[in-house]
Unconditional design. Structure first.
Length: 346
């Protein structure tokens, strides 16, 4: 299969690209290389004959039309998005333009291309989204694909909007789509503004490890390589017009996750005092959802997928990767917003 992946230089996108190429798919990576895009994520496939890079912005419709016509993919995997909640609080405009208008451009470009190709039966448009569109859970319950949308941040609202657009293009124009909504990802190549890399890198630097509120917010943690595997499975075997929730079956409170990372670092790179001594509770962010939890029954029952990596195993792998790849993360330290508290302008 020839797959056009948008946002393929990002964290999840690059995992998808690496896995797709490893499985023999031809991949065209379309990425604007904004602050979080990093071509070093794809060094292992950069010279592979099955890999091509196109620098373009999904807000540029003419570029999208050109790239689709030139490469004639069998499928589109749309991952390109602004994705950091804290940044969406400080500057929601970029999220509206990229996640909503950009997705509209992708849908229209894909529809035009699909029609021009004679509406091939095997074509797929796979839209990758987040569990944050469902809002916040209490102590009980889980998100299913039928959970009503209730986004609480500019980021989740923009992703909810993009999900609705994708469904509308399927119902109105017949565009063959599949959708997925995932829980929190972690793993190698995670841009150093998100929780897991922030904990690792601040710990190593001897800096305070910031934890919002009391660290009681609960997330379901999904190892990024498991996620990439699930995404390719949905692309190939998911039912048209269907959405699939992808979870790691690994719920944890933020404070417990942080302490686990500190404990792993204590073993791998011990210091005179435990890394957990650096934990510092900071003012919570605006609209911080209490709990997310995914019910993965549909993807398990219909497609036979389950995550293969426990959060303990995945965190151990992730910490080791950051210890082994200092050159990668040090090169990103001067990028906009890295190492700063964001999301305080609300």
């Amino acid at each position: 299969m020839k797959i056009l992946v948008t946002g393929g230089a990002g964290f999840i996108g690059s995992a998808v690209v690496r896995l797709a190429v490893a499985r023999g798919h031809e991949v065209v990576n379309l990425d604007a290389l904004t602050y979080a895009g990093c071509l070093e994520n794809l060094a292992s496939v950069a010279d592979d004959p099955f890999y091509t890079f196109e620098q373009a912005d999904i807000r540029d419709r003419a570029a999208l039309d050109r790239i689709l016509a030139a490469h004639q993919p069998d499928a589109v995997m749309h991952l390109a998005a602004e994705s950091h909640v804290d940044r969406s609080i400080d500057g929601p405009g970029d999220f509206i333009e990229t996640n909503i208008t950009g997705t509209y451009n992708m849908l229209e470009a894909a529809r035009s291309y699909w029609v021009a190709q004679g509406k091939p039966e095997g074509f797929r448009f796979h839209h990758i989204s987040t569990d944050e569109v469902y809002g916040s859970l209490g102590a009980e319950g889980m998100f299913t694909e039928d959970t009503p949308y209730d986004p609480r941040s500019p980021y989740s609202a923009s992703k909810a909007s993009s999900d609705h657009l994708v469904r509308a293009w399927h119902e109105t124009y017949g565009l063959p789509v599949v959708l997925t909504n995932c829980s929190n990802n972690y793993g190698a190549f995670h841009f150093p503004e998100k929780l897991v890399p922030v904990v690792i890198l601040n710990a190593l630097a001897g800096k305070p490890i910031p934890v919002y509120g009391q660290g009681l917010n609960v997330r379901d943690w999904l190892y990024v390589e498991d996620h990439a595997d699930a995404l390719l499975l949905v692309l190939e075997k998911g039912a048209l017009g269907r959405s699939y929730n992808i979870g790691g079956e690994n719920e944890a409170r933020n404070i417990d996750l942080v302490k686990t990372i500190c404990s792993i670092l204590d073993q791998k790179r011990p210091e005179e005092t435990p890394y957990a001594d650096q934990i510092t509770f900071v003012q919570d962010r605006a609209g911080h959802d209490l709990r997310y939890a995914i019910d993965p029954s549909r993807i398990r029952d219909e497609l036979g997928w389950r995550p293969s990596v426990t959060v303990e195993e995945g965190l151990e792998r992730t910490v080791q990767w950051y210890l082994d790849n200092e050159d990668w993360w040090r090169a990103l330290q001067n990028r906009d917003g890295v190492g700063q508290r964001l999301g305080t302008k609300g």
